[in-house]
Ligand binder design. Sequence first.
Ligand SMILES: [Zn+2]
Length: 311
Amino acid sequence: MPKTIILTLSFLLFSLFSFSQKKQICITIDDLPVVSYGITDIQYQTNLTADLLAHLKQKKIPAIGFVNEMKLFPNDNFTKDQVELLKMWLNAGQELGNHTFAHKDYNNTPFKEYAEGIVKGEKITKKLLEESGKKMEYFRHPFLHLGLTKEKADSLSTFLFEHGYTVAPVSIDNDDYLFALAYHRLLAKNDKKTADKLGEDYLKYMEEKLLFYERQSEKLFGKNISQILLLHANKLNADFLGKLSDVYLKHGYEFVSMEKALKDPAYQTPITKYGRYGISWIDRWALSAGKTGDFFKGDPESPEYVKQLAK
Ligand SMILES: [Zn+2]
């Protein structure tokens, strides 16, 4: 075959391949079993979980939920009810990971105590995962705090590696928890009208966040990396995750598992800068690459009324 034809064919194949490469996003949901802002009614919590899982199923999203096992012991008493909520996740085919026992802040917690919280926080979830033929694999840092210094971060990385954990990074950090608390308060006072408006504003805000991190990713890597979104297991997402998923679909995304997202080589980028911040890995890599000031401009903020309601 003449060389030019081979080249043309390779080019066509390459173009076809690039074209079929969809943008990827992994949905991760923290603080399981549930973030209910003090609503202890198990039926409410079960419905909330069922709604979250129904959205995931309907949109064929392979998500992962990160568990704080302390929540399985309300008032220090073990409750099967909370375990049932976790089982719902596994029965729906979703993954679970470790988010420490008590959601302690590594910025203010000595390494030894924090590490104990990781081991204490895996006991029940690990068993549940094994019962459904899965393995505990992923760890999510509470508050996305990795360690104030290289030494403290390294101690934790080594510990996680030795205990068979893969760190679950976040590329799209956001304030869904602020919107969720405001939403909860609006529903508590039966202000359905403002709650609905807040839901719509949440969708707009999350779309802006997506576009912001796409731009940051392009600036840093020259391409859009496989994104990893952080959400929480709250009523707002139980009500709006369907519409939120549509935002990513509209922008050409496919939903992928944590395992698939982490295949993007971007996630091998070293982090060499440490601080108090709990931020997106894209921002961490940018700081580590020496980016300053202007690079970080344009990060969308939550509307003022949401901040006020969440105060
Ligand atoms: Zn958390």
